[in-house]
Every structure is written in C-alpha cells, then in structure tokens.
Design a binder for this molecule. Structure first.
Ligand SMILES: [Zn+2]
Ligand SMILES: [Zn+2]
Length: 336
C-alpha cells in the first residue's frame, strides 16, 4: 500500500508498505481523510513519545475494509473513525478507569503505525460510526475529543470569562467548545488577524493581536483576570504568561502540547495567594461519542478549520506547510 513514513526524526518519506495484518478483534480501515496535528510536528522533530520508523497519523476517517473474526459491530463499507489511544485494560490506571493514563498506552500513529497510509488497523472497541458526516469533518473528531476531555476537567461554569491563546485549529475548537459549556466572554489571542477573524466567526467575543500592549488590553477587558486562561499554542513563553491572566480562584488550562522537557517559570506565591488551579488534559479519555455528537448537531463547526487538502504523495510538503505556511489551519491528506 501507499504510505508516508518517518524513518527517524526529520526523515519523512513517501513509500510503499505492507498492509496492516489485523487480529481477530481488529477492524481494517481504508483511510479517506487524515489530518496533520501539532503532535505530528513534535513527532517529526523527535520531541514526543513516538517509536520510529513510524507511519504517523492519528486523526482520521475512512471505510471499513475488513473485520477480524470476533468483530460484531462493523461490516465492510461502514463509514467510521477511531480513537487512536489503545489502553492495556490491566494496569493500575486502567483498573481505576483512567485509561488515558494507562502505563502501557499504545497510540495509533504514535507508538505504532497510523493513518498516513492507505489502510490502518484499530481494535473494534476504538472504532466509532460517523453516519453521513463528510470524511474530512470526521477526521477532526479526534482533536475535538481531546478538547472535550479537557473541558470535563476544567468544568467551565455558566457565565465564565475565558481567554484562549492561539487561534489555530485547536484554538478554534476550544472557542466553540467553551461556548457550548456556557462561557460568556471568550477572548482569543493570536499573531494573525485573519485567524482571529475566523475565531470571531466561530464565537470569540473579543480578538486580540499578540503584542506589547496585550497585558493592558486583557486587563481592560477583565480587571480581575479571567476565570479560565487556556493555552492552544504549546509555546512555553505563552504558557508562562497565562498565570498572570487568571482571576483569583481561576484556572490555568495547559492544553497545548509543549515540547517534552520544556520548562517555564511561575510565581508560587501568586498561585497560592490567588487560589489558582493548574489543569492539564492529555489526549482523549472516552470522549469520542461527545465529540461526534457536537459535530453532528452543528454545535461545533469543523469544516472552516481545514485549510489544505493534499495527496499523500505530498507528505513532506504537508509537514512543511503545517509548520510554516502563513495561511495554514488544518492540513489534511485525502488518501482513498
Ligand atoms: Zn492530535
Ligand atoms: Zn493500562
């Protein structure tokens, strides 16, 4: 089959690969759409918990091409997506029903081959039907499922004020999700005016171009700070600054993926004095059904977030685009 591979960090190639061999409990999916995620860029650079050589790709949709002998819920031709995270169901955290913290977590497209290929395999329990949702939209179910997991941790309250750093695909999903959760004021900060316009069209109530006067502008909006400050950039210096923008008793939501090992400074006295909560949220945690419901109902719009459709042959070019094109949002490969 046609496949895109990272032989090792910073060595992307388009190549041929054997089709995945499925086990009795697995579903073979013929991939239609697969998106490049910020995590894929970390994997490209060797900044994440990936195993090489690797076919990346963990945000995808497609049709069932074959099923293992124990599979009962799917047949060939079904339109599906899959949660890429495969917990062991045996370890301490799995036994506590905290599968995203599984000690032996496998992830399709991270620790094992993923969806930047003609076919990908997933356990039946990880596969979800997508109904008549377009394949391109369905490839955004996974990132939205990450947002939903974070939202469950952060517990936005009705009327909350939220400031979101970053108006990329994740920032724009956060805007819509916190709005669904009841946020009243949703301020978004980015470097690019056109991305901020997109965020505004999706529900941001204020948009601010990052710059020297940002602190002052945010303070004018919310003199006591925001109930929630959320990062969707993964940039350590941005994460560092968020502490200053959270209101007393507020929350600092570390959602963006910073490089493994990156460090930031914060003032412990301020966290103490302001009763701050610092909240992380890692990947997906049984939140695919909610994500699918949000997209199917129209509560969250994902099609405006897709900026580029490329053939899989343009793998290396897609990775470049996803890092450097000034007009990039979600870059997807159209594979089938
Ligand atoms: Zn991702
Ligand atoms: Zn486990």
């Amino acid at each position: 089959m046609r496949a895109a591979k990272l032989l090792e960090p910073n060595r992307p190639i388009f190549t041929g690969a054997p089709e995945p061999v499925i086990g009795a409990d697995d579903v073979l999916i013929k991939v239609h759409s697969a998106g490049i995620c910020g995590t894929d860029i970390h994997i490209l650079k060797g900044e994440y918990e990936a195993h090489y050589p690797l076919i990346p790709g963990h945000e995808f949709s497609g049709e069932v091409a074959a099923v293992g002998s124990n599979v009962t819920r799917y047949r060939v031709g079904d339109r599906v997506t899959a949660d890429p995270n495969v917990p062991c169901n045996r370890c301490y955290f799995c036994q506590r029903n905290e599968p995203n913290q599984c000690r032996n977590l496998r992830a399709i497209g991270v620790t094992g081959d993923g969806a930047f290929a003609e076919y990908v395999s997933a356990p039946e329990g990880n596969v979800f039907p997508i109904g008549d949702m377009p394949y391109a939209s369905a490839a955004l179910i996974e990132p939205l499922a990450c947002v939903v997991w974070g939202l469950k941790q952060v517990e936005i309250q009705p009327g909350d004020s939220v400031v979101i750093f970053g108006a990329g695909p994740m920032g724009c999903l956060l805007v819509q999700a916190v709005k669904c959760a009841g946020a009243a004021r949703i301020a978004v900060v980015d470097l690019e005016a056109w991305r901020l316009d997109l965020a505004a069209s999706l529900g941001a109530t204020e948009t601010l171009v990052a710059g020297a006067s940002l602190a002052k502008q945010l303070q004018t909006l919310e003199p006591y700070g925001f109930d929630v400050a959320a990062d969707a950039t993964g940039v350590p210096s941005v994460i560092e600054d968020m502490f200053a923008y959270a209101k007393p008793r507020g929350k600092v939501w570390v959602f963006g993926v910073a490089p493994v090992g990156a460090r930031v400074g914060f003032v412990p006295y301020d966290v103490f004095r302001k009763d701050l909560k610092v909240i992380g949220s890692f990947a997906v945690n049984r939140t695919f059904p909610q994500s699918i419901a949000l997209i199917q109902s129209g509560a969250v719009r994902v099609e405006p977030l897709i900026s580029h459709h490329l053939p899989l042959e343009a793998f290396a070019e897609g990775l470049e685009l996803a890092q450097r094109d000034p007009r990039r949002m979600k870059v997807q490969f159209d594979i089938a």
